[in-house]
Design a protein around this ligand. Structure first.
Ligand SMILES: *[C@@H]1O[C@H](CO)[C@@H](O)[C@H](O)[C@H]1NC(C)=O
Length: 161
């Protein structure tokens, strides 16, 4: 009789142990998935630029993560095609870019490894005004608004003040 009882109580204990291990594994993997989540942080939500200026959309990954090989997309949802810059497998894909942005958008490729995904837009045009959306399947999305001012407006304001 005794050996049976011992074995039953051992089974009970091992069952409780299995449940405990299971919960611990679930708990640890939850912590891990939270820790693995990198956020895209932009230092500003709105950028004001004058026509012909160069402008930087200042965004980085927090915590720091190597973005060199990731899929990175900067676009304007109101355009067709909507992309102003697409990077896949470590290369920029020029053919996906909206023609109006040809030769005017770039990333700081030497800083992607440090998680700097800032977009540079050169020679800003009035038509560049709008909402710019960053998206990466691995990182999620964020948006920055660009407001374009004209020097004429600025000068007129100064004269009238
Ligand atoms: C990203 O790189 C640009 C160009 O060097 C720099 O102006 C900007 O401050 C950098 N941003 C971060 C978050 O390091």
């Amino acid at each position: 009789m005794l050996p049976v009882r011992v074995s039953q109580s051992f089974n009970l204990q091992s069952g409780a142990f299995t449940v405990l291990v299971f919960h611990t594994v679930v708990f640890l993997s939850l912590i891990h998935s939270c820790r693995g989540q990198h956020k895209v942080v932009c230092l500003t939500e709105t950028i004001v630029a004058m026509v012909d200026e160069d402008v930087i959309f200042p965004c980085h990954l927090d915590p720091v993560m190597d973005a060199f090989g990731l899929t990175l997309e900067w676009g304007r949802p109101d355009l067709n095609p909507r992309f102003v810059l697409v990077r896949r497998d470590g290369k920029e894909i020029e053919s996906m870019k909206h023609p109006s942005y040809e030769g005017r958008t770039s990333l700081f490729t030497d800083q992607l490894k440090q998680g700097n995904i800032s977009l540079k837009l050169s020679k800003v045009k009035l038509s560049d005004e709008g909402r710019y959306r960053f998206f990466s399947p691995q990182l999620g999305e964020t948006a920055v608004q660009l407001v374009v001012g004209k020097w004429e407006h600025f000068v007129l304001k100064v004269i009238y003040i």
